[in-house]
Design a protein around this ligand. Structure first.
Ligand code: MN
Length: 242
């Protein structure tokens, strides 16, 4: 009985993986979760969150065509590729945290695509149309305390985003001691990974891959960054600050 159930779960796993089914979890911190039994262990899958706004909603900061290609092609591919690789490599994890805690043991295919899957789910959520452009509420005191002032925080964050050579991300994170730090990661790495120079919980992240801005801004990454501040969802940052 147990064996046949296992076989059924194993056979049906492939069909389950990649299906972006609705789940309350995806609107919380977890963008990935155990998906079922794989040889008696718990497999793991990433899900692409529904975009929280229309693809043209962040214009003029981010144009609709960039958003369309970024979400529907780039992000969708990371999700598909990581889930296929998780099945192929028979990876089993019980949580998103456990998964990224073991990033150093992952194949480059899984690590790169898992980062791409998670980072973009996060990125869509820390932006919104009609944002204030400047932080407000409790996040202001936290930024003042950690960086001296909001402009100083933005200056340091911009420097991290501009200083990332090639493709990668800039981040504001809260480390294990509760301290706020700015960092950047190459490729699709993120601060949740055990490989990260600066580890912590991401509060804000900026994609500085050329695919995020090249159609509208070409080589002018600085203009993209300047305009991106206008769509930062500070409510979401504050929520993650806790
Ligand atoms: Mn991207």
């Amino acid at each position: 009985m147990k064996t046949s159930r296992r076989k059924f779960m194993s056979d049906s796993l492939k069909a389950t993986v990649g299906a972006a089914v609705g789940s309350s979890l995806i609107f919380d911190k977890a963008f990935a979760q155990p998906s079922g039994s794989l040889n008696g262990n718990t497999a793991f899958e990433f899900r692409q969150i529904p975009l929280p706004y229309e693809k043209n909603a962040l214009e003029p900061s981010i144009d609709a065509m960039t958003m369309d290609i970024h979400y529907s092609k780039h992000h969708a591919a990371y999700i598909k590729n990581v889930n296929e690789a998780i099945v192929a490599e028979k990876l089993t994890y019980s949580s998103e945290q456990e998964f990224f805690d073991n990033a150093s043991k992952l194949s480059s295919k899984v690590r790169n695509n898992a980062g791409g899957a998670w980072n973009h789910n996060f990125f869509w959520q820390v932006m919104k149309p009609g944002a204030s452009g400047t932080p407000y509420g409790k996040i202001v005191a936290a930024l003042d305390g950690s960086f001296g002032s909001v402009p100083k925080f933005m200056e340091q964050f911009n420097a991290a985003a501009m200083g990332r050579f090639g493709s990668g991300w800039a981040w504001l994170v809260k480390d294990a001691s509760g301290k706020l730090l700015i960092t950047s990661t190459p490729n699709q790495d993120n601060p949740l990974m055990d490989t990260a120079e600066v580890k912590g919980t991401p509060l804000l992240g900026l994609d500085v891959w050329e695919h995020a801005y090249y159609l509208k801004y070409q080589n002018k990454r600085n203009e993209y960054i300047t305009n991106w501040w206008n769509v930062v969802n500070w409510d979401e940052v504050a929520k993650r600050l806790g």
